[in-house]
Every structure is written in C-alpha cells, then in structure tokens.
Write a protein that binds this ligand. Structure first.
Ligand SMILES: C[S@@+](CC[C@H](N)C(=O)[O-])C[C@H]1O[C@@H](n2cnc3c(N)ncnc32)[C@H](O)[C@@H]1O
Ligand SMILES: [Zn+2]
Length: 668
C-alpha cells in the first residue's frame, strides 16, 4: 500500500485536530478512509458527502473542517459532544445544567457496581459455606437407598445452613440475601445499562467513558435526529465508546417491554413526566437492578391546582405543604412501586433527590410475591391542615399476625379528627405517598465518600457533594418536613433560630434534622402538639401583636403549652456538616437556568414572554447562541418549573418581625 505523508492542516486549531484525529484516526495515517470514517463524514455533513470517500485529501479535510465549524464542542466529564451552533431547528435536546443530574447518576452507578460486587461476594461466601456444611452433613449421615431422598436431605441441610449463614452476614442488604443461591453465577457480570431516552447520547457516552466495570450501554431515542446526533457523538468520542454504546432508533416503551429483566440499570430521563415509561421500565430491570428516573413536571407533582393531572399520571394527590418537593419524590416512588407490584415486583429506594428544577429517584427492583403484599405498609395518605402547617400521615395498610402467620389488611382510621387539633381548620387529604425511607443511608454515605475520592472526575462536584452531605444527615425514617419560617408565620411571631428550635426539640426528647429538599426545612419525629408547644413557649418570651380572633395563629396560641420548652443549646442541634462548615446548599447553577424547551417545539408567544424578545429574535433569525434556547427565567417559571425553580419560594409569606433578638432563623 502506498504511504502518504500526513497532511498538514494549517487552519485547524490544535484541539480540533486532536478531536478530529480521534473521530477519524485513519485520516492522518492512511489514504483510504475506512467505512466508519466515511460514515462519520457522511453524518457530519448531514449526508451530503458521498459515503464512498475513497481518498481523503486536503479538499475533504477542509470540508470536514468546515463542517466542524458549524458545531460547538461541549465537554462534560470525559465526554465531548457536538452541538450545532445554529439552533433555529432546535433539533436535539441538550441542557448543560443537567450536569448535576448526570454527575449524580455517574456517582450512583459507581456505588451500584461496588455494592453489587460486595453482595455477590457475600452470596458466594454464603454458598460456599452452605456447600461445605452440606458436604459435612452428607459424609456424617448414613447413605440412603433412594438417591432423590438423599438429595433432598442434602438440600435441607444446605437450606438450613444458608438461613443460618444469611443471619450471620450482617452487612449484606436484606434484599440481596433473598436471591436464590442457585440463580447466582460465580462471576459477577458487568452491568448492562439502558438509557431509554438518550437525546444527544451525552449521558450514555459519559457512562461508557467514565465508569469502570460497566458492560454495554444501550441508548434509545424515538427521534431520528437524536439518534443521528448520538451516533455522531459516539464516533467523536472514539473507539472505546463505539464498542460500548449501542444506539437504537425506537420507542423506548416497546423496547423495554420486549427486553424483560435484561438490564441491570435502566435510566429514564424524559421531558416532564416519566409516567408513560414506568410500566415498561419496571419490567426491563433485572432482579436487584437499578432504575434511575427523573421527573421535571414539578407543577404537576407539587401543586394541588394540578391535582387531577397528578392523579391521572401518578395515581396520587399532592397537598399544599412546604414539603412539596419531598412529597413529589414520594408520589413518584409510590407510582413506581404500584407499577412494579403488577409484576410481583417491588422497589427499594437507595437515593431520592430533589435538585434544581426536577426530582430524580434511584431504586432497586426485586421480585417477590410475598414482599409485594407488604406494600400498603409503605404507603400513606397525608392530611394537611388548610389553616396551619400541621400535617399527619395515615398508613394505607397494617400487619395482622395470627397463628404465626402475617396478613396485610387495610389500616384503621381516620388517624385525625375532621378539624385540625391545633387551629381548628379543615384538613385536606393527599397521597397515597411512599412513606417508607426514600434513601438507603449506607448508599448515600458510600456515594458521598466515593465522590470525594474522585473529585476531579465530577464537573458538578460542589453541587453533588452538598446534596449528598445533607441527604446523609437526614432523618431517614421521618416522612416530610416543615419550614421553621412558615410555622412562625402561622403564629405571626419572630422565628427562633434553627439552632434554638432544634435544641428545644432535642431537649424534649425527639430527633430533628435538616432536609436536602429545602434549606429551611426541618424533619422531626416530634408530634405536632410538641412542635406547637415549643412555639407557644417561644411566643411567651417573644410577644406578638394582637391577631384577628379567627386566625389559625390565635387558635394555636389560645392553648397553654403542656410542655415547658427548653431552648438551651443542645450539642446535636448543629449538624456535622454545619459544624465542619460544609456547604449544604448552593446557589442556582447560572443566571438563566431551568428545564429546556422540548426539542423541535415551535417558539410561541409563551416562550417570548419567558425567554425575552432578544433571545426569541435571535432564535427566529437563526443567529441564536446555544444557551439561548434553554433559557427560562427562574423568576418567570413555566408551569413545569413552578414550585421548584428557586429557593425563594421557600421564604415565608409573612415577613419575619426583626427585633434584634437572639438569632433569627438562618439556614438550619
Ligand atoms: C430530556 S431528553 C433526554 C436527555 C438525555 N437523557 C440527557 O441526559 O441529555 C428526552 C428524550 O426522550 C426522547 N423520547 C421521547 N419519547 C420517547 C420514546 N417514547 N422513546 C424513546 N425516546 C423518546 C426525546 O426524543 C428526547 O430526545
Ligand atoms: Zn391547623
């Protein structure tokens, strides 16, 4: 084969040349372009160039160079993707602020791989132990005439040993020990991932490049332009990505339904609601596998104004409480569980995150008809007072033990009177929500530790460590929370500082923590009468102006406290993160941030009001910058961002009365 000198490309910037070389290494070394490079050029040119590029000379080089000029190269983690500079077509979805979402997913996937290895090793050890015990039993027992009876005896011994050994494996998740031993292969196989809604392929490429020990990544999208972009980006990221990521142009629902239990990880990251994907997604996850699911339709999940929509999509009513972002997580979890239950499957949440303008849950999925019967114990209705911030949970089910057997029946109720016991106003009912833990503390801590050990690998390191730090300190067995400023606003008093309030709760014998879902939120196992007694005691020393006689605050304060609140500082009132000055909440990622307009959607007058005339004009004239397309002013959120775009909404509706007292409420 004749050899040609490497062509010189004077005008090609060095980093572009490097990328180009990666996308088409052959170009720089050989005359004849391989099929993959021909395809690459064909793709880059939108199919205008011949797929039969036999000789790539300087002319073609210039073409490629020109084509690349149309693209902006965006780097996130170890992936680089090509974003078309003119976005008048608004073709393929890409939202840079979702780097938090992708980073968190990379981190959780790494934890998943580690945990799976640990679980597998524990199961293998268990199996080996059981086998050696069984063999001992076999050699000490007399040989039976009947081979099968002998085999049964052996199995009995083995089963007994397994149960015994399982009890000994303390650090192993209960779920993992339920896997029948015979189902477990000696070698743990590399997890296979399905990114069901891949768009540009950025996420799949990141998974493939950044996560060691991962198997194949299947990337689906229903949109042709997305799959073309995905393929282009894969090529741009080189051979290792090409060999790992498998793109398909298809409807994810059909694909997942036709690949039952085939994926160790399924990632659902839709525009808005994930509800239409849940039924097929829960079926595509392998036993013990991980489902990762985003929802950005916060106005539906958080607002009682959209209760009908929420009920139709998720089978649950939201209530009007300050805990609404956590309630959104719990509604989504309840909905995933309900879909899973239809197939004798159930979920175990490992991490549930309310971040930026969306929520994302990470749940493991197992199969067990027996466990499914327990689901009603993990669900609750919520009674929310319309006058004050009191809320109460009513479990859907209860366990009934009879003659050594347990059955699950509907719970007794109602657990509250028709009027709020604090202020006398009515209660509305919401739910059912997932009221069992939404995180596995072990997972949260392991993920945080792992992220800290690989700081350079996470572009959103600060954000995800702050979220994981707060999650790791949350009270995991306490559903929902209240906001200190809001309960102070209920009684129209100056808010105590978070430290003083936390101290009073701790001194009364209860636990209290912050929540990652709201900088001012507090979770506690103290009942509401204790919380209101603390506020009554606070008001005694911090008198308020007279209030209308029929206000909820007046009703609350008209009762004398049964408890003498003790506000002296308790050591545990400051979280470890606070004590170590670790940031638990960060400001918004950038000036313009939020969910992006759905790819391909027409720019409408609604967008004009949201994006501003300059951006819209640039978009219409085809002179838009990449970031123009995604901007949605946080102060003018679309219905999809309501209730989530900023933390400002968490401020109490009533202004706090400043009196220079001992510390107004700050971030708890
Ligand atoms: C929000 S984007 C995904 C973003 C991507 N996961 C990321 O991290 O950049 C949603 C994508 O889902 C695709 N989509 C919508 N419905 C689908 C379906 N039924 N099957 C497959 N893809 C679908 C859309 O074309 C769009 O590209
Ligand atoms: Zn009330």
């Amino acid at each position: 084969m004749p050899s040609f000198p490497r062509p010189r490309i004077p005008s090609l910037p060095r980093d572009l040349a490097r990328r180009l070389r990666r996308a088409a290494p052959i170009l720089f070394t050989r005359a004849a372009a391989p099929a993959s490079f021909s395809r690459c050029i064909g793709d880059l040119s939108g199919g205008h160039l011949s797929r039969e590029v036999g000789f790539v000379g300087l002319g073609e080089m210039e073409d490629v160079e020109n084509m690349l000029k149309d693209y902006e190269i965006v780097r996130e983690g170890e992936a680089e993707i090509m974003i078309h500079k003119t976005i008048a077509t608004n073709e393929v979805f890409y939202n840079p602020v979702q780097v938090h979402n992708r980073d968190m997913s990379v981190a959780v996937l790494r934890t998943f791989i580690t945990k799976r290895k640990e679980e597998h090793k524990a199961i293998m050890d268990k199996r080996d132990k059981a086998h050696s015990k069984a063999n001992q039993g076999k050699s000490s027992s007399p040989k039976g005439e009947n081979g099968s009876t002998e085999k049964h005896d052996e199995m009995d011994v083995a089963e007994k040993e397994i149960i015994k050994v399982a009890d000994e494996v303390k650090d192993l998740s209960t779920e993992a020990t339920k896997t029948p031993l015979w189902k477990v292969a000696r070698e743990v196989k590399a997890p296979v991932v399905l990114e069901a809604l891949a768009a540009s392929g950025l996420r799949s490429i990141r998974y493939a490049r950044e996560i060691d020990g991962l198997g194949k990544v299947v990337a689906l999208d229903i949109d042709k332009a997305c799959i073309e972009a995905c393929k282009r980006n894969m090529k741009f990221n080189g051979a290792s990505v090409m060999s790992k990521v498998e793109p398909h142009l298809t409807d994810a629902r059909v694909y997942m339904l036709t690949h039952p239990k085939e994926f160790d990880v399924v990632d659902i990251d839709p525009y808005g609601a994930p509800s239409i994907f849940l039924d097929s997604a829960v079926q595509a996850v392998a036993d013990g596998g991980l489902l990762m699911c985003t929802a950005t339709d916060m106005a539906v999940l958080c607002s009682p104004n959209n209760a009908e929509v929420c009920h139709s999509k998720y089978g649950s009513y939201p209530t009007k409480g300050k805990y609404n972002h956590e309630m959104a997580l719990r509604i989504l979890l309840a909905s995933i569980e309900s879909h899973a239950n239809r197939y004798k499957r159930y979920i175990v949440p490992v991490l549930s995150v309310s971040m930026d303008f969306y929520i994302r849950v990470f749940v493991r999925i197992y199969t067990s008809a027996n466990e499914v019967k327990k689901t009603p114990l993990k669900l609750s209705y919520v009674y929310q007072c319309v006058g004050c911030d009191s809320f109460h949970l009513q479990s859907v089910g209860r366990a009934v033990t009879k003659n050594n057997s347990v059955k699950y029946a509907p719970a007794f109720g109602p657990v509250v009177h028709q009027e709020c016991s604090a202020c006398g106003k009515k209660l509305t009912m919401g739910g059912p929500i997932w009221s069992a833990p939404i995180h596995d503390q072990e997972w949260a801590v392991s993920t945080l530790t792992e992220v800290k050990s690989m700081k350079d690998r996470y572009p959103a390191y600060d954000k995800i460590t702050s979220v994981l730090t707060t999650i790791s300190e949350e009270l995991h067995d306490v559903p929902l929370f209240f906001n200190l400023h809001n309960i102070s606003a209920n009684v129209k008093c100056t808010s105590p500082s978070a430290v003083l309030f936390r101290s009073a709760v701790i001194n009364a014998g209860y636990r209290i923590s912050s929540t990652h879902a709201n900088p001012l939120g507090l979770k506690t196992d103290a009942p509401w009468h204790v919380i209101w007694d603390i506020m009554r005691c606070w008001v005694k020393n911090h008198p308020i102006k007279e209030q209308p006689h029929d206000s909820p605050g007046t009703a609350i304060l008209s009762k004398s406290p049964n408890l003498e609140a003790n506000f002296s500082r308790a050591a545990a009132a400051v979280s470890r993160a606070q004590a170590n000055k670790i940031k638990r909440f960060l400001p918004n990622p950038e000036r313009h941030w939020g969910p992006k307009i759905r790819a391909g959607r027409k720019i409408t007058s609604k967008h004009a009001s949201l994006l501003g005339p300059d951006v819209v004009n640039r978009v219409i004239n085809g002179t838009a910058r990449p970031q123009d397309e995604k901007v949605i002013e946080p102060n003018n959120p679309t219905p999809e961002t309501v209730g989530n775009a900023t933390n400002e909404e968490d401020e109490p509706s009533t202004k706090r009365q400043k009196n220079g007292d001992d510390g107004l409420a700050t971030e708890p």
